[in-house]
Design a protein around this ligand. Sequence first.
Ligand code: SF4
Length: 193
Amino acid sequence: MYKLLLHICCAPDATVAIERLRERFDVLGFFYNPNIEPNKEYALRESEVQRLSGLQKFNHVEEKPRHDEWFDICSQFASEPERGERCRRCISHRLKITALRTAELGITHFATTLTTSPHKDVDFIHETGSTLARENGLIYLPETFRARDGFRRSLELCKEYNLYRQNYCGCRWSRKTEDTFAHETPEIITTPA
Ligand code: SF4
């Protein structure tokens, strides 16, 4: 069975992906999401992925979020709507780090749970994943987890596991309560040594 590094954006989106992939792959989860703000939200989503790994019994690794690097990549496109250039850069960055770690770990395949969400541009995600795979001598699995009733299944599993489901994608610009968030001082998680 091939090993696959699965980029996990959040626990709810991982539920159905793990369920579907584990029959075909030896899955290692990979949590790298420097886009999640503020820190307390990051900690909550991270802890839910840890809890899910116990419930669904899969291993995972976490890479410390380099929020400052991510901010430099995305902030000049802050005013773009979701699915615009800001999101393309954010997603490309997370997939690029996933591909690099896949190669470093000697794993052949990678995929992302971002395709569980009905809000994401899966064509862009698959194109980016395939390009990164070619550049790094890897295989990208272009699986759309929301298809075949996958999103509904993720909701069922969230309910079963009593998982926290966020109501915004992750960055400050996607947060629905932007007016209150604007008065908070952003907490920046610094790049690890
Ligand atoms: S809306 Fe989501 S994908 Fe887009 S920049 Fe913000 S966190 Fe990234």
